[in-house]
Write a protein that binds this ligand. Structure first.
Ligand SMILES: O=C(O)CCC(=O)C(=O)O
Ligand SMILES: [Fe+2]
Length: 314
């Protein structure tokens, strides 16, 4: 059973630290259900377009962080075949001369919204970005307190950080190229935290004590997932949970999900926190910047644009 956090009455430090140790927990979502339904309707319309129309929405130079990514591109570190899913990413723009954008241009692509194909999609997805980010900031304020940090400790490193919203369409498994393919191979997220509001069908699973546990966010809740950044910052007290997405036996329909990844500003140095009362465990991680960790992970999962040059069919 996942622990539940109500941000209005978050419970004591031990409850919150327990949720962080699990790495996956439920939080009452403050994003309106109607906005989520509206976004899913627009995204269904987008993914139902013809492959050529969708491919024209690819954004080169964004390392797949904006616009459309076709099926069988994203590949988890542990995957022997690519995931059976297609993606649409968006974020919010930074001003052209913002020093973060000048220094890390590939992390700040201008968002691309296919309003000419699906009229109205842009404003719904922009609104969803804002509401979900507000929710995530409330979550990290509560977590900071449980870790003995100032309530603004995490929101400060998230200021102007690249927030990546991802819609994933998992096509029906009957159409998969082989029975070795699954929707999303097990992986850890590499941001600070990720918010996963309810999806349109079952499929999300988290690894707990060596067993896969099915996770479905009930209406009005989001799953929150600890990413590698929070794992490193807490010297492993918070656990970047291993998760995957698989169709259940007999599940014939596809699945659409929306998640939001919160990354610290790339110039943040990920110095481990001194967590009061935490056991004195040996320091586990070297100190990297948020961008160094991001680049290293993207390289390992073969998602840097430079690694795709000359790869046919991609
Ligand atoms: O689709 C989902 O529910 C989870 C997706 C996910 O884990 C990811 O994109 O990193
Ligand atoms: Fe994930």
């Amino acid at each position: 059973m996942l622990k539940e956090i109500d941000l209005r009455r978050p419970g004591g430090r031990e409850h919150l630290r327990g949720a962080l140790r699990d790495g996956f927990f439920l939080v009452r979502n403050t994003v309106p259900e109607t906005l989520l339904d509206e976004a899913y309707a627009f995204l269904h319309a987008f993914f139902a377009l013809r492959p050529e129309e969708k491919k024209a929405c690819h954004v080169p130079g964004s390392n797949g962080q904006a616009g459309y990514t076709p099926p069988l591109i994203e590949h988890a570190e542990k995957g022997t075949v690519p995931d059976w899913k297609e993606l649409f990413h968006w974020g919010a723009p930074l001003p052209a001369h913002h020093p973060l954008r000048v220094r890390f241009p590939a992390r700040y692509p201008d968002p691309y919204f296919p309003d000419h194909l699906v009229p109205g999609i842009g404003s719904a997805l922009r609104e969803l970005h804002t509401r979900m980010l507000h929710f995530q900031h409330d979550v990290v304020r509560t977590l900071a307190d449980a870790l003995g940090a100032h309530p603004d400790y995490f929101t400060d490193m998230l200021e102007d950080g690249p927030v990546v919203n991802r819609a994933t369409w998992y096509p029906p498994m009957a159409q998969a190229p082989s029975d070795r393919h699954i929707w999303a191979v097990e992986h850890q997220d590499f941001d600070l935290i990720t918010a996963l509001p309810r999806a349109t069908a079952a499929g999300l699973e988290v690894l707990v004590d060596g067993e896969w546990l099915a996770v479905d966010a009930p209406p009005g809740h989001a799953v929150v997932n600890v990413g590698m950044v929070l794992d490193r910052l807490t010297n492993g007290l918070a656990r970047a949970a291993v998760h995957r997405v698989v169709a259940r036996p007999g599940q014939s329909e596809g699945r659409l999900s929306i998640v939001q990844f919160c990354h610290p500003a790339p110039w943040t140095t990920l110095t481990p926190l001194r967590v009061p009362g935490a056991q004195d465990s040996p320091q586990r991680f070297a100190t990297l910047t948020a961008d160094e960790l991001f680049q290293r992970t993207m390289y390992r999962i073969r998602r840097l644009d430079a690694q795709r040059v000359g790869t046919s069919g991609r």
